[in-house]
Design a protein around this ligand. Sequence first.
Ligand code: SAM
Length: 370
Amino acid sequence: MTDHFSLAPEVPPETAGTTQAWKHALAEPHVLSSLWALPLSSVGAGLVEKALEVGLFAQTEQAVSAATLAQRLVLSPERLAYALEVLWSLGMLLRRQQADGEWLYGTAPELSPYLNPVSESYCGDALLFRFRVLRQAADQVMGLLSDEVPVVPPRGVAGQPALWAEAARVQIAQEQAAVSAEVALSVMSAQPEFGQAQTVLDLGGGPGLVAIELARHQPLLSGVVFDFPEVVSVARENIATAGFEDRLSVLGGDLSSDELGKGYDVIWCSSVFHFVPDLPGLLARLHEALSPGGLLVCAHAVIGAEGWQNRAVAPYYLNLRLQGGRVLAAGQLEELLLAAGFSGVDSVSQVRFPVAPVNVVIARKEGGRS
Ligand SMILES: C[S@@+](CC[C@H](N)C(=O)[O-])C[C@H]1O[C@@H](n2cnc3c(N)ncnc32)[C@H](O)[C@@H]1O
């Protein structure tokens, strides 16, 4: 029997005791491998960042050799060949060898919609943003661990409306188009109330592509995107471009203090609670803003009970938390929702979302249309 905590490599049963067993044993990764993977991934990250910067993936939609690519991007062919091998090792590129021995590289088909700049789901700029911000966060982290560094309240940094508007224009828009809008639609479509819902509020909705996606798939639905005034100008433009002006509008304000509207059948709120100083107060106001029988659906990263559940969440939100932002522990939001008067709270954990998975929590307000 295998001791769970043993460091001895496991030998596949069919080779145990055979002359081949030692080969399998030596091919087992060393326990330090997971630690070596960390600095190694930063080399990969640097290369992917560079590749996005020079527009490499715009050139690899069709299979191309290192020599041709180097010519197009004005890079050294020999050096680029090594870099392409790294992108291939990361699964971003596939390759095949020609009769003359030269390798041809092309974007992996499953990544192509996100890396090809002409695709609707392109999120190269959002990826670049994530690479840069997370690298800066990693550089700053040691300084922020000291108590001597003053904590900047999140509204001072992450809450700056002009910065949010910039993010809404490019990075959040690309991530909503590629990932979040589809997740929101899947969650909402699975709720029996959604098919009959007439009004939606997307609270902290940024560029508004989630509300647009919900309205596109539910013809009875009209609604509001609420965010800072600077941010809702971006949502307003997107709503107009998508042709939904007759059904969707925007409301600009500070969600901690301004009127959110009333009589909503459904409210969607994702990745917003991290920035809200008085969460119980906001939940009580959301309860009030719903019509009887209404649905509040929240999607937020949480700190889970198991280490593996936090592999993306803990590093992604470290900087925000060090600056006073909030990430709830799993189960905390459910308790706060019940305390705010909601009933029938239901959760789904580890739901895919940009950068780190979220817990989706669905809360119902009692009552309903007769
Ligand atoms: C991380 S983004 C999430 C955007 C969107 N919900 C999504 O999941 O793609 C947080 C959003 O909350 C908005 N926000 C944060 N604090 C706010 C406040 N006090 N009042 C209004 N909006 C706020 C930001 O402007 C931003 O659009």
